[in-house]
Design a binder for this molecule. Structure first.
Ligand SMILES: [Zn+2]
Length: 398
């Protein structure tokens, strides 16, 4: 397959018109060419470093209750929703997804997409290591008897990391503060002692896995950064000295802007508790994160999309929101959603260059100059793993 005479933004910068060819899932040559399509460009498929595939994917609005849907829906049915979410993201130009609370369901989806059983995006899966009464534990209502695994104390933490490694996880998700959607905790609750965090990071790194740490609170971000996690998820209450530390370490931070705003404003069905917790964060967030961006913190695209609060496909709006809240220019935001997001999770995509995976989005406009051009309506075609999965590739101009 090929594209001829199309303006290229390669994941880093604009390169002028090129001819590109690819065979199943490998970009071949990228050669300068005469421009044939005045209004079109091609950019790499986007990379969302923080999603939750398994949530309600049906058409009903408002969606069913976030906390109880998983408890009243069989796992088999949940997996189908996860597949639908992944394919929806892919058709919207988001061709790599990292699921940050996976189990065998997400592993099954990853394998089905990798082997071509179903067309789907590239998926990475992280297993959660969280404490009893921690953020992840409290997604399940406290009174419900069937609960997800937790780990307390350094030894149990190591064992849960090893269990996830055995299951074939790409990485570990750690929680070092409370959260918004967990039931009955506070954002400021400590999640794990330093010794437990150190055990998780040491064990995960020994087994070749990256550690992504959920942290809203200042203390939670600090201890995760000091103990060497590989990314901060949310990072909401990032003080100036923390921003300097994270910038110096080049630690990626996924700011998950839209979800906290939607919950704080009650634009999606949420409990009064979650609304209050999100509002408390959003009230302080914008000043802190804009300052962090000025200090050079490495923000990457991460939405927390789950089908209930943020939809798959809202990634494009999140990139636009990154320019507004963080003050990034259009090109920096686009890098944060392509080449830099791919680097942050070690995926061989995010750039259009020979030898890389063939994930391409053909768009109307020039989003590296006008980020508002990055919309679903402007998508002309999406190529995922070398296959056309949405729209139609532009042919020769009449
Ligand atoms: Zn999340």
């Amino acid at each position: 397959m090929r594209l001829d005479g199309i303006l290229l933004w390669d994941g880093t910068e604009a390169r002028g018109p090129v001819d590109i060819d690819w065979e199943p899932d490998r970009i071949g040559e990228v050669r300068p060419a005469a421009q044939r399509h005045d209004d079109l460009c091609v950019i790499p498929g986007l990379v969302d470093t923080h999603v939750h595939l398994v949530g309600y994917a049906g058409p009903h609005r408002p969606p069913p209750d976030f906390a109880t849907w998983p408890l009243v829906t069989t796992r088999d049915e949940q997996v189908l929703h996860g597949a639908a979410h992944a394919q929806r993201a892919m058709r919207n130009g988001v061709t790599t997804l990292r699921d940050l609370a996976g189990d065998e369901a997400q592993i099954a989806l990853r394998r089905a997409f990798d082997t071509g059983v179903l067309p789907g995006p590239r998926v990475q899966v992280h297993g959660v290591v969280g404490m009893t009464a921690g953020h992840n534990d409290l997604f399940v209502p406290p009174a419900f008897p069937q609960r997800k695994p937790t780990a307390d104390g350094p030894d149990e933490c190591r064992k849960l990391v090893r269990t996830w490694a055995r299951a074939g996880m790409d990485g570990i998700k750690l929680t070092t503060s409370g959260g918004v959607l967990s039931i009955g905790d506070k954002n400021a609750w400590r999640n794990y002692t330093r010794e437990e965090i150190r055990a998780v990071v040491d064990e995960a790194h020994a087994l070749g896995m990256l550690v992504a740490s959920h942290a809203h609170s200042e203390d939670g971000i600090r201890v995760a950064a000091e103990e060497g996690v590989d990314s901060i998820e949310h990072g909401t209450l990032m003080s100036r000295d923390l921003a300097e530390t994270l910038a110096a370490r080049r630690t990626p931070v996924a700011p998950t802007l839209l979800i906290n705003e939607a919950i704080a404003a009650g634009r999606v069905p949420v409990t009064p508790e979650a609304m209050a917790k999100a509002a408390e964060l959003v009230a302080r967030r914008d000043v802190l994160l804009a300052e962090a961006a000025r200090l050079g913190v490495r923000f990457v695209l991460g939405t927390d999309a789950n089908g209930h609060h943020v939809q798959f496909g809202d990634q494009l709006a999140e990139v636009v929101r990154m320019t507004e809240v963080l003050g990034m220019d259009a090109e920096s935001a686009l890098r944060a959603a392509t080449s830099d997001a791919a680097d942050a999770i070690g995926a061989p995509v995010g750039r259009i260059a020979p030898g890389l995976g063939a994930d391409l989005v053909v768009l109307r406009g020039r989003p590296w100059e006008r980020i508002e051009d990055l919309t679903t309506e402007n998508i002309v075609a999406v190529v995922s793993r070398g296959r056309l999965v949405a729209g139609a590739l532009p042919g020769p101009r009449p």
